[in-house]
Design a protein around this ligand. Structure first.
Ligand code: NAP
Length: 227
């Protein structure tokens, strides 16, 4: 049975991803930084729980020990850091957001790559964002030009570069970034225009990818590359 782990899966897109992967027949571990909220979600889903804060080395190492074997890793946990304009952004804001959105996935990859390397069909999905697309940001008519929040956007651009570099380093793995699209969750005070079912579509598509599928890509929910 395919074994999957989703970080930040006690709610929202991570929870919905877990639900759909269980429906697809996977044995799912959810990662949650808060053990109580994680246990409630795991019980609701019928998933295993690992207490995993992506900024916490010890919890990530312990989670890898507990999980033992892994085929699919979804780096979903992320924070927005708030709507910080370029004139307001500080180095400390960058540090906080990157700690979760960039150093977090690196910490998790470092711990779980040894497990993924033992899988017959290893897969990593890095949950990115369209605002992390350099191409869309550089386009004067780009869709996110009115939402100029460089701290969060640059953290997702960095995550996308990690996708390219890790995909090149581990050619047997399918490692892709995905943009779920603007989805109503606590992340945006439920202002998103998509449901979590719609938002999870891209994550699920690339979590269920087969070894002949793409790697090192950055895809939106329609499967378009959005570098
Ligand atoms: P959400 O409702 O805020 O949920 C985020 C999840 O990440 C929660 O489970 C949260 O745990 C967890 N998390 C945050 N920091 C963590 C840490 N240090 N360690 C472990 N878990 C942590 O957000 P969402 O909308 O589902 O977003 C999920 C991902 O999609 C994020 O990476 C986000 O950047 C990306 N995304 C979202 C949208 C959107 O429109 N919603 C669009 C594009 C990309 P707690 O419950 O403990 O806080």
């Amino acid at each position: 049975m395919t074994k999957s782990l989703i970080t930040g899966a006690n709610k929202a897109l991570g929870f919905e991803t877990a639900r759909q992967l269980i429906a697809a027949g996977h044995q799912v571990w959810i990662g949650a930084r808060d053990a109580d909220r994680g246990q409630q979600a795991a019980d609701q889903l019928g998933a295993g729980l690992v207490q995993l804060g992506v900024t916490d080395d010890a919890s990530v190492a312990a989670a890898a020990e507990t999980v033992g074997e892994l085929d699919v890793l979804v780096n979903n946990a992320g924070i927005s850091g708030g709507r910080i304009s370029p004139s307001e952004a500080t180095a400390e804001d960058m540090r906080t957001v990157n700690e979760t959105n960039v150093f977090g996935p690196v910490r998790v990859l470092h711990a779980f790559i040894p497990l993924l390397e033992k899988s017959q069909a290893p897969v990593v999905v890095n949950v990115s964002s369209g605002v992390g697309s350099l191409g869309l940001a550089a386009d004067p008519d780009g869709p996110w030009n009115d939402a100029n929040y460089p701290v969060y956007a640059s953290s997702k651009a960095a995550l996308n570069m990690l996708t390219i570099r890790y995909a090149a380093a581990f050619p047997r793995m399918r490692i892709n970034s995905v943009d779920p699209g603007f989805t109503a969750t606590d992340f945006n005070r439920h202002q998103g225009t998509q449901t979590v079912e719609q938002g999870a579509e891209a994550i699920i598509r690339y979590a269920l990818i087969t070894p002949d599928g793409p790697t090192g890509g950055f895809f939106d929910r329609n499967g378009a590359e959005i570098w």
